[in-house]
Design a protein around this ligand. Structure first.
Ligand code: EPU
Length: 422
C-alpha cells in the first residue's frame, strides 16, 4: 500500500493550478447513461473515483476512453446490463448515481446498496422514496436495489426531508426524462448540482431554479450534446489549498479556481486574520497568511454554508489559532475520525457529540498516522507540513480518490514529501 512521508515544518512559495472537480465529474459521467450516442468531457481530474466510475460504466457495456494527459473522457453508452454491481459501488458510494439515469432511460435498474462509510451511516432512503413517488417500484434484495417502472417515470412534486446532494442529482436526471413536470423542494444548491443541470439543459432538458432550493423540471427528450462539457474547478481542492497556505503560513497563488464558490470558507479564514485577493474573471486567488490567527466558531452546513468537506482541513488551521475554537459538524455523524490522529501529532482537541473544541496554538511534532477517509487524509497532509520532524501517513489510497497527485503539486512549492510502498 502507498504511504506518504513528510518532513516538516515547511514554508511554501508559488502557484498551484486547481484540477477539475471530482464531485461534478462523477454525476456528469453517470449522466452519459441517459444518452444513445457519445458524450465527451474535458478537464477531467486524474482520480481513483473517476477510474472506478468508468470501470462501472464499462461493466454495463459502455465503452469509454480516457486520455489522462489531456483530461478528456469519451463515453459511448451502449448499455447491455442495467446493473451497478457491488464490486464497484463498495469502492465508491457515488455509484448510486447510476440508479436515476438507468431507471429514467431503460425503465429498470439493479444497483448495489452502498455499504458502510467511515464518515457516517449515509443511507439512500431519500433517493428511493422520491423514485417511488414518481411511480418506480423499489425492492431491496440481497444487497441490491431493484427498480422498475412500467412506462415512463411520472413527474411529481417532491420535498426532500433533508438536503441531499447526490439525491438531488439522481432525481434531476430522472425528472429530465419524466412524463410531466417535477418540482424538487429542499433541493441542494451546490455548484455541482448546477453544473449537472446546465449539462442536461444543453442536452435539451427544461430546468428552472438551479442554485435555489426549488427546482422545476419539465420532462423532455434528451440528446447527447455535441460539444465537450468542461469540468469546472474543484472547490474543495481549492479550499484545501487555502488551508495548506493558512496552516503553513505560506503565501500561495491559486489558478483556474472559482473564488465565488468559496465565500463561506473565505469568510471563516478572514475571521482568523487571513487576507485574500480574489479575481473571479481571471479565476485566481492569492492567499496572504498572518503571523497570528484568531480562533473562530464554525458550523458545517449545506451550500452556501461552510462545507463538511472542508471541516477536517479547517481544524488543523484552528489548532494554530490563539485561543479556543469550536467546530460543529451537522451533516455527517461520524466525521471526526481525524481528531485522534491529529492528537497523535500534538493537537489538543476535545469532542462532545457533534462538537469539536480546538485549543490553540499547539506545536505539532511528526508521528506515524493513518488516513481514514478522503478529507481526513488531506488534513493529515497539512498537519505533516506544519509538524516538526517526520510524519508518515499510511493508507493514502483515500487521498488518491479525490486529489490529483497532491504530493506532485506540493513538491515544486518547497514541500519535502515522498510517496513510498510499505
Ligand atoms: N441522507 C439521508 N438519506 C439519503 C441521503 C442523505 O439520510 O437518502 C443524509 C446523509 O446521511 C447526510 C446528509 O443527508 O447526513 C447529506 O448527505 P448527502 O446526500 O448530501 O451526501 P452525498 O450526496 O452522499 C455528497 C458528496 C460528499 C459530501 C456531501 C455533503 C458526492 C459524490 N459526494 O455526498 O463528498 O460530503 O455531499 O456535501 O458529491 C467528499 O467528496 O469527500 C464527500 C464525502
Amino acid at each position: 500500500m502507498d504511504a506518504l512521508l513528510i518532513e516538516g515544518p515547511t514554508k511554501l512559495h508559488g502557484t498551484v493550478r486547481i484540477s477539475g472537480s471530482k464531485n461534478t465529474a462523477l454525476p456528469l459521467l453517470f449522466s452519459s447513461l441517459l444518452f444513445d450516442t457519445e458524450v465527451t468531457f474535458s478537464n477531467v481530474p486524474r482520480l481513483w473515483d473517476i477510474e472506478t466510475t468508468l470501470s462501472l460504466l464499462n461493466d454495463m457495456g459502455a465503452s469509454s476512453q480516457w486520455n489522462k494527459e489531456e483530461g478528456i473522457v469519451r463515453i459511448v453508452p451502449k448499455i447491455e446490463r442495467r446493473v451497478a454491481s457491488y464490486e464497484w459501488v463498495k469502492k465508491m458510494r457515488a455509484g448510486i448515481l447510476a440508479l436515476g439515469p438507468l431507471v429514467a432511460k431503460y425503465g429498470e435498474a439493479k444497483v448495489s446498496l452502498p455499504g458502510g462509510c467511515a464518515i457516517g451511516a449515509r443511507p439512500v432512503n431519500f433517493h428511493l422514496e422520491a423514485l417511488q413517488k414518481m411511480g418506480v417500484t423499489i425492492q431491496v434484495e440481497e444487497g441490491y436495489i431493484h427498480a422498475k417502472v412500467k412506462n415512463r417515470v411520472r413527474g411529481v412534486e417532491l420535498d426532500f426531508p433533508q438536503v441531499t446532494v447526490t439525491g438531488t442529482e439522481n432525481l434531476l436526471m430522472v425528472a429530465a426524462m419524466a412524463d410531466g413536470t417535477t418540482i424538487l423542494r429542499n433541493a441542494a444548491k451546490e455548484p455541482e448540482v448546477i453544473s449537472l443541470g446546465e449539462f442536461l439543459i444543453k442536452a435539451g432538458a427544461n430546468i428552472a431554479g438551479l442554485g435555489t432550493s426549488e427546482i422545476t423540471i419539465i420532462g423532455s427528450t434528451l440528446k447527447a450534446p455535441k460539444e465537450p462539457m468542461e469540468i469546472p474547478a474543484d472547490r474543495i481542492e481549492t479550499g484545501t489549498w487555502m488551508a495548506i497556505a493558512v496552516a503553513t503560513r505560506s503565501r500561495l497563488r491559486l489558478e483556474k479556481c472559482r473564488p465565488r464558490e468559496l465565500t463561506s470558507v473565505i469568510e471563516v479564514f478572514e475571521k482568523m486574520g487571513v487576507h485574500f485577493e480574489c479575481d473571479d474573471a481571471r479565476e485566481t486567488m492569492e492567499i496572504i497568511p498572518a503571523e497570528k490567527y484568531s480562533p473562530v466558531d464554525v458550523i458545517t452546513e449545506p451550500y452556501p454554508g461552510f462545507p463538511t468537506d472542508m471541516q477536517a482541513q479547517l481544524m488543523i488551521c484552528l489548532s494554530q489559532a490563539e485561543g479556543i475554537s469550536h467546530v460543529c459538524e451537522t451533516i455527517f455523524e461520524n466525521r471526526f475520525m481525524h481528531v485522534d490522529e491529529l492528537t497523535r501529532l500534538g493537537a489538543k482537541i476535545e469532542l462532545d457529540g457533534n462538537m469539536a473544541v480546538i485549543y490553540g496554538p499547539q506545536k505539532l511534532s511528526g508521528a506515524p498516522v493513518m488516513a481514514t477517509d478522503l478529507r481526513a487524509s488531506a488534513c493529515l497532509v497539512i498537519a505533516g507540513l506544519c509538524a516538526q520532524g517526520a510524519t508518515k501517513i499510511s493508507r493514502i489510497y483515500h487521498l488518491d480518490r479525490g486529489y490529483q497527485r497532491l504530493e506532485e503539486k506540493l513538491r515544486p512549492l518547497g514541500a519535502k514529501i515522498e510517496r513510498f510502498k510499505e
